[in-house]
Design a binder for this molecule. Structure first.
Ligand code: PLP
Length: 356
């Protein structure tokens, strides 16, 4: 898409933090680039977006976001190839999803040209923050918050859309063992599980802390009605390999329609890996583990791409997965990353160049 900067106000920072930033020692999500995008909604419309130096925003304590959590967000990444070209991965999906999430929380739709023009211009201004090298990226966090100064429990009349960016290195979380949830739920039928609503994530913290006390790193969320079906792993979609078959739950109003998940399903079909998108029961996975047929479990999401799971706990019992040489997890991770970093053919048109 052509960048039309006429609909964008740009105030450049006079200094840069890049010199003092150790780009080889990054903790995920802690450091932010020099600029951010800000766009306010008032009187029924989005005003001209602004790029300005990264810094604090001023809000009244009565701003609705603080009281009712009317807020949604996205997570995406920019990659730099060996020729310094900048690429995004399926950004249309993130654009569509922030509006799907927003609609569920009564947040007005954000315009597509503002999203793409603003994001591309921001990436060009902060391009030195995007490091080359397989695994390095710039994590992009678009979000919307309700800013109206009023504590009545009704949708805000004012909003702020923002994009902030954080340099990231390859994600490594150590060995991940998960607990299949037996009581807590992250989403319910008719609820907001399919939306990237801020509150969904806050609600996960407490159960996840309890699981950590038991020696697990993450929770696998089960369906809220019966806790018999496996739905998502922490903040990722989840895949199981039973024998040579790949299983993953269908998307629903409880499950986020992940970009990584749907890309893996497409690749599995291309490479003749049998993939079944259907409800996956706790019972069948426990049985497969007992019989030695459960070969892999992994989470899929933008931050980690793929996060292998080495073991799980269910009703007090702990299971370890076999250590395989050739895993589906590493196969898909390599395939996806090569497309993201412009090192492989892009059959499906997933790569999106940020023209400089
Ligand atoms: C709850 C949840 N599920 C799944 C995902 C993975 O989605 P994606 O692959 O689009 O990053 C995310 C992260 O974005 C998430 O927050």
């Amino acid at each position: 898409m052509k960048t039309d900067t006429s609909s964008l106000e740009i105030i450049k920072s006079t200094t840069s933090k890049l010199d003092q930033t150790k780009l080889d020692k990054l903790v995920f999500g802690e450091i932010f680039t020099d600029h951010m995008l800000e766009c306010d909604y008032e009187n029924g419309k989005w005003k001209t977006p602004k790029i300005k130096p990264y810094g604090p925003i001023e809000l009244m304590p009565s701003a609705k976001v603080f009281h009712y959590g009317q807020a949604v967000f996205e997570g995406m990444k920019a990659f730099k190839d060996e020729d310094d070209k900048i690429w995004l991965f399926r950004p249309e999906e993130n654009f569509k999803r922030i509006n799907v999430s927003g609609a569920r929380l009564a947040i007005p739709e954000f315009p597509k040209d503002y999203f793409f023009n603003g994001l591309e211009e921001l990436l060009k201004i902060d391009k030195e923050w995007i490091q080359k090298g397989f695994g390095n990226s710039l994590y992009i966090r678009p979000f919307v918050i309700a800013t109206e100064e009023c504590v009545s429990a009704a949708p805000s009349t004012k909003y702020k859309f923002m994009i902030i960016c954080s340099p990231a290195q390859a994600y490594y979380s150590g060995e991940v063992r998960v607990k299949f949830s037996e009581t807590f739920s992250r989403a319910a039928d008719g609820g907001v599980g399919y939306a990237k609503a801020a509150g969904n994530y806050a609600a996960q913290f407490h159960p996840t802390n309890l699981a950590k006390e038991e020696g697990f790193q993450q929770i696998v969320w089960t369906d809220a009605n019966t806790h018999e079906y496996l739905e998502e792993a922490g903040t990722m979609n989840i895949f199981f390999r039973v024998g040579d078959k790949l299983l993953t739950a269908p998307t629903s109003d409880r499950i986020l329609d992940g970009v990584t998940r749907k890309s893996i399903i497409t690749l599995a079909e291309e490479f003749n890996i049998p993939v079944e998108v259907r409800k996956v029961s706790v019972k069948e996975i426990v049985e497969a583990a007992r019989k030695g047929e459960l070969k892999e479990m992994f989470g899929a999401g933008t931050a980690a791409v793929i996060n292998p799971i080495v073991g799980f706990g269910h009703k007090g019992e702990k299971f370890e997965l076999p250590k395989l040489e050739d895993t589906y997890a590493s196969f898909f991770k390599d395939k996806l990353m090569k497309i993201q970093y412009n090192q492989a053919e892009d059959k499906y048109g997933w790569r999106y160049e940020v023209k400089q």
